[in-house]
Design a protein. Structure first.
Length: 137
């Protein structure tokens, strides 16, 4: 979208008055440059994504396998949204199915009870499905 006062573009390469800016140098494939109407780069985003969470994966798991595959492809494949950043919650968040911690024992400062068993059952499958579509995530 452009207006008379503000122009923008998204591209893998932007030519600013004969000064080429290669957005792939050290940045992910989803890099965007927001160019001002005066031809200067206002901001470069190295990627775009969201959060892997239990409730999201639980919702996807309820779908038929073909529909779940279609949605995951649309989110993570380069010919879809191409999301390439993913935040992983540490312990329970507001999108967990219930409160939990990686160490459930009170005052376990040595972390003897530390476990990622819950994430192995919930989040890691979701992340693996995304990585199968977007390896450089």
């Amino acid at each position: 979208m452009s207006t008379e006062d503000h122009a923008w573009c998204s591209s893998q390469s932007v030519d600013l008055e004969s000064q080429s800016v290669d957005l792939d140098s050290g940045l992910s494939g989803a890099a965007l440059a927001f160019v001002t109407g005066t031809g200067g780069i206002a901001e470069i985003w190295a990627g775009f994504g969201g959060c892997f969470n239990e409730l999201g994966w639980q919702a996807l798991r309820q779908l038929p396998a073909t529909e779940r595959k279609r949605i995951l492809d649309a989110l993570f494949r380069a010919d879809g949204l191409g999301l390439d950043e993913g935040r992983i919650p540490m312990g329970a968040s507001d999108y967990a199915s219930e409160w939990h911690s990686y160490t459930e024992k009170r005052d376990d400062f040595a972390l003897d009870s530390f476990s990622i068993e819950r994430d192995q059952a919930e989040l890691l499958s979701y992340i693996q499905k995304a990585l199968a579509r977007r390896l450089n995530m």
